[in-house]
Design a protein around this ligand. Sequence first.
Ligand code: SF4
Ligand code: SF4
Length: 204
Amino acid sequence: MRPHRGPQQATSADAGDSSLSRVTGSSIKWPPDDDVIAVQRGPEPGGWGGAWRAFASTFRGLANTMARLRQGPVTIQYPEEKTAVYPRFRGRHKLHVFEDSGLEKCVGCSLCAAACPAKCIRVVAAENTPENQVSAGERYAATYEINMSRCIFCGYCEIACPFDAITMGNDYELADYERSDLIFTKEMLLADSIERAPLKREGE
Ligand code: SF4
Ligand code: SF4
């Protein structure tokens, strides 16, 4: 039995386009042979099926809105009152040091910079010396900068780092007046971040 034809397929056939390849540039044969299974994607337009297809999502959204109406308006008095974020929210970055030795975890390998899709990390590495041991590895990041105006907070940098030297916190208040102030230096990233954003509790 020839399978049911969907609306788009019927349109192509009705238009007399026996060679769909002329339009698509592909080698699709139309009408298809009997061994081709056409996938039926939904009810045909018209009738109750079509009406459900067209309005079901709208009705579900309206029902959600009506249910929320009973709660009344929700006003957050920002900046005195802050929106709580989820524990895995990705905000301002932080560079870490070893608690016991105080040495920096970053070894200047630039893997984070390579993984960054926005190309907003700049790392310049330098060699550790016995007189100047900055990190636990052979090298350290003499310069480490993140241009926050370009960062898209994807988290690839913290995933790419093999030493957990850089992580992302919860602080989202990063606006400033000058673009140059949005280039976070190594000293800024090493400093304890100000965790101003409250966290949502479990199940909240
Ligand atoms: S969060 Fe993404 S865009 Fe921002 S610095 Fe890290 S890798 Fe780059
Ligand atoms: S933060 Fe991690 S990935 Fe980036 S340069 Fe330092 S050690 Fe390498």
